[in-house]
Design a protein. Structure first.
Length: 129
Protein backbone atom coordinates (compact mmCIF):
# COMPACT_ATOMS: atom_id res chain seq x y z
CA UNK A 1 0.00 0.00 0.00
CA UNK A 2 1.36 3.35 -1.03
CA UNK A 3 0.51 6.63 0.73
CA UNK A 4 0.51 9.83 -1.21
CA UNK A 5 3.10 12.17 0.38
CA UNK A 6 2.07 15.36 -1.41
CA UNK A 7 -1.34 15.78 0.30
CA UNK A 8 0.17 15.10 3.74
CA UNK A 9 2.78 17.81 3.22
CA UNK A 10 0.08 20.26 2.10
CA UNK A 11 -2.02 19.53 5.21
CA UNK A 12 0.99 20.06 7.50
CA UNK A 13 1.87 23.29 5.69
CA UNK A 14 -1.68 24.59 6.07
CA UNK A 15 -1.67 23.75 9.80
CA UNK A 16 1.68 25.49 10.23
CA UNK A 17 0.42 28.60 8.44
CA UNK A 18 -2.72 28.67 10.60
CA UNK A 19 -0.60 28.38 13.74
CA UNK A 20 1.68 31.18 12.55
CA UNK A 21 -1.31 33.36 11.69
CA UNK A 22 -2.95 32.81 15.08
CA UNK A 23 0.30 33.51 16.93
CA UNK A 24 0.88 36.67 14.90
CA UNK A 25 -2.63 37.95 15.65
CA UNK A 26 -2.26 37.22 19.36
CA UNK A 27 1.08 39.02 19.62
CA UNK A 28 -0.25 41.99 17.65
CA UNK A 29 -3.28 42.31 19.92
CA UNK A 30 -1.12 42.17 23.04
CA UNK A 31 1.25 44.83 21.70
CA UNK A 32 -1.59 47.12 20.69
CA UNK A 33 -3.43 46.77 23.99
CA UNK A 34 -0.34 47.42 26.14
CA UNK A 35 1.06 50.16 23.95
CA UNK A 36 -2.11 52.22 23.86
CA UNK A 37 -2.61 52.31 27.62
CA UNK A 38 -0.06 55.04 28.30
CA UNK A 39 -0.57 58.41 29.92
CA UNK A 40 -0.59 61.72 28.14
CA UNK A 41 2.23 64.18 28.85
CA UNK A 42 -0.20 66.32 30.83
CA UNK A 43 -1.20 63.35 33.04
CA UNK A 44 2.44 62.40 33.56
CA UNK A 45 3.30 65.95 34.58
CA UNK A 46 0.37 66.01 37.02
CA UNK A 47 1.60 62.81 38.70
CA UNK A 48 5.11 64.26 38.90
CA UNK A 49 3.85 67.44 40.56
CA UNK A 50 1.74 65.43 43.05
CA UNK A 51 4.66 63.10 43.85
CA UNK A 52 7.24 65.82 44.54
CA UNK A 53 5.94 66.88 48.00
CA UNK A 54 5.43 63.23 48.99
CA UNK A 55 9.04 62.45 48.07
CA UNK A 56 10.43 65.53 49.77
CA UNK A 57 8.54 64.70 52.97
CA UNK A 58 9.80 61.12 52.84
CA UNK A 59 13.45 62.13 52.63
CA UNK A 60 12.98 64.79 55.29
CA UNK A 61 11.35 62.25 57.61
CA UNK A 62 13.71 59.29 57.12
CA UNK A 63 17.00 60.97 56.16
CA UNK A 64 16.66 64.49 57.61
CA UNK A 65 17.66 66.08 54.30
CA UNK A 66 15.95 68.27 51.76
CA UNK A 67 15.91 67.00 48.21
CA UNK A 68 15.27 68.62 44.87
CA UNK A 69 13.56 66.42 42.27
CA UNK A 70 14.52 67.36 38.73
CA UNK A 71 13.31 64.49 36.58
CA UNK A 72 10.95 61.53 36.53
CA UNK A 73 10.24 58.36 34.64
CA UNK A 74 6.88 56.60 34.46
CA UNK A 75 7.17 52.86 33.93
CA UNK A 76 3.94 51.78 32.25
CA UNK A 77 2.67 49.17 31.59
CA UNK A 78 5.46 47.05 33.04
CA UNK A 79 5.31 48.06 36.68
CA UNK A 80 2.86 50.96 37.17
CA UNK A 81 5.39 53.13 38.99
CA UNK A 82 6.81 56.62 38.79
CA UNK A 83 10.47 57.10 39.63
CA UNK A 84 11.49 60.54 40.86
CA UNK A 85 15.11 61.51 40.29
CA UNK A 86 16.95 64.31 42.01
CA UNK A 87 19.67 65.28 44.47
CA UNK A 88 20.22 66.36 48.06
CA UNK A 89 20.01 70.19 48.24
CA UNK A 90 23.06 70.57 50.50
CA UNK A 91 25.08 68.09 48.42
CA UNK A 92 24.26 68.18 44.69
CA UNK A 93 26.72 65.33 44.11
CA UNK A 94 24.44 62.96 46.06
CA UNK A 95 21.78 61.86 43.61
CA UNK A 96 18.67 60.14 44.93
CA UNK A 97 15.61 58.45 43.49
CA UNK A 98 12.25 57.43 44.83
CA UNK A 99 9.83 54.90 43.33
CA UNK A 100 6.09 55.32 43.93
CA UNK A 101 3.14 53.18 42.84
CA UNK A 102 0.61 54.65 40.44
CA UNK A 103 -2.05 55.90 40.91
CA UNK A 104 -1.96 55.78 44.74
CA UNK A 105 1.52 57.38 44.99
CA UNK A 106 2.49 55.03 47.82
CA UNK A 107 6.24 54.81 48.25
CA UNK A 108 7.83 51.60 47.00
CA UNK A 109 11.58 52.16 47.43
CA UNK A 110 14.33 54.74 47.51
CA UNK A 111 17.72 54.81 45.88
CA UNK A 112 21.00 56.60 46.22
CA UNK A 113 24.62 56.00 47.18
CA UNK A 114 25.09 53.10 49.59
CA UNK A 115 26.46 55.27 52.41
CA UNK A 116 23.49 57.61 52.11
CA UNK A 117 20.87 54.85 52.05
CA UNK A 118 22.39 53.19 55.13
CA UNK A 119 21.68 56.38 57.12
CA UNK A 120 17.92 55.81 56.85
CA UNK A 121 16.10 56.13 60.16
CA UNK A 122 14.09 53.15 61.34
CA UNK A 123 10.35 53.30 61.90
CA UNK A 124 10.95 53.31 65.68
CA UNK A 125 13.25 56.34 65.43
CA UNK A 126 10.77 58.23 63.28
CA UNK A 127 7.72 57.36 65.38
CA UNK A 128 9.40 58.11 68.73
CA UNK A 129 9.42 61.85 68.07
Amino acid sequence: MKFPIQPLLQIRMIRLLKLFHSTFLFVTLVLISTGCGGLSHKEEQAYFEKAIPIGQEYFKKYYVVEVEFTDYQILLPMSSTIVLKGYVKDDPQTSVSLSLYLPSLEIDSEGGPGEFIQKRKSEEEVNSK
